[in-house]
Design a binder for this molecule. Structure first.
Ligand code: SF4
Length: 308
């Protein structure tokens, strides 16, 4: 985090590491998820869409290379000198046999100007064999692994049907940390029944587990999800844009200075979003956070207590 930054963003981190703009190319690697295909449960997490939480990635009918090509063509006019991170986003990207995983990761890494790979998965899909494969990639490229935790509170985890307990996350973190593999936790803010202290506790918990990065976002209610049905029958409170700005600006102060913030507001697809519609105005939210933090003299780590 530089002196002028209020928080440590992924963009700044990657620019300083690679010396240029680095952009994620989102890949749908054709995976499934044990929380949807019946091996653990059917239906999946209550908020999960048909795309498996990856609304902006490539078309799974296309090859990985073609998906990356399509996205890089759109980006190269604006950022001709940029490098790429191959981001396996949709569904559970370690949920396959080792040969198939290796083939998919290798195809992505072979794409021109790719400097690393990011893999989104579940903590209960990290077998010894998968960990060993990830360790191999970690030794030859820049790698991070994303875990969809969302909350540390078991009551909320049951409500969202996450399908694993906190101890499973702890074990995954222990294993990944022991292999020196970078981790990113996904956290959803404004989950029903959670107040500021509950969300702060979640952030303090992941900090104590030495998570490398965090993705924060307002709860999005997507159409055709079970969360939509729940929301329509029992309208729980959704914060306004200004309330979210105040919430996240304060929460960031509890994060350790070195934690890389990958996201502070979500990227909903207009046509699939039911509520809150203000999340589509990303510029308003990002500018609002900057303004609120400066006005109130807030910055990442201001209230962080090292309790490790
Ligand atoms: S783990 Fe991810 S892909 Fe699986 S159901 Fe939950 S959000 Fe969807």
């Amino acid at each position: 985090m530089s002196n002028t930054e209020l928080y440590s963003s992924l963009n700044s981190y990657l620019r300083s590491k690679f010396g240029c703009k680095v952009i994620k190319l989102s890949i749908d690697g054709g995976f499934s998820c044990p929380n949807r295909d019946g091996s653990l449960a059917y239906g999946g997490c209550i908020f999960c869409s048909e795309e498996g939480s990856g609304e902006f990635s490539g078309d799974r009918k296309l090859s990985i290379t073609q998906q990356m090509k399509d996205q890089s063509l759109l980006l190269e006019t604006k950022w001709p000198e940029s490098k790429y991170i191959a981001y396996f986003q949709n569904f559970t990207n370690t949920y396959d046999n080792i040969d198939s995983l290796r083939k998919k990761y290798d195809e992505a890494l072979a794409f021109p100007n790719v400097v690393g790979i990011a893999i989104a998965t579940r903590p209960d899909c990290l077998s010894i064999d998968v960990l060993s494969l990830l360790s191999e990639y970690n030794s030859k490229t820049f790698l991070w692994v994303e875990l969809g935790l969302q909350t540390i509170h078991e009551k909320t985890a049951d409500f969202i049907r996450r399908g694993y307990g906190l101890r499973t996350f702890d074990t995954a973190m222990k294993n990944l940390n022991s292999l020196k593999i970078k981790t990113v936790s996904h956290i959803i803010l404004n989950l029903p029944g959670e107040n500021f202290d509950d969300m702060r506790n979640t952030l303090e918990y992941i900090s104590s587990k030495q998570v490398w990065g965090v993705k924060l976002q307002m709860l999005n209610i997507l159409k055709n999800t079970d969360l939509e049905k729940h929301y329509l029958s029992d309208k729980f409170y959704l914060r306004s844009a200004d309330e979210y700005i105040e919430l996240i600006s304060n929460l960031i102060t509890y994060l350790p200075p070195h934690m890389v913030i990958h996201r502070i507001t979500g990227d909903g697809k207009k046509e699939s979003l039911l509520a809150p519609l203000w999340v589509l105005d990303k510029r308003y939210v990002l500018n609002g956070i900057q303004k609120y933090m400066r006005l109130n003299n807030l910055y990442q780590s201001k209230n962080y207590l090292d309790i490790c």
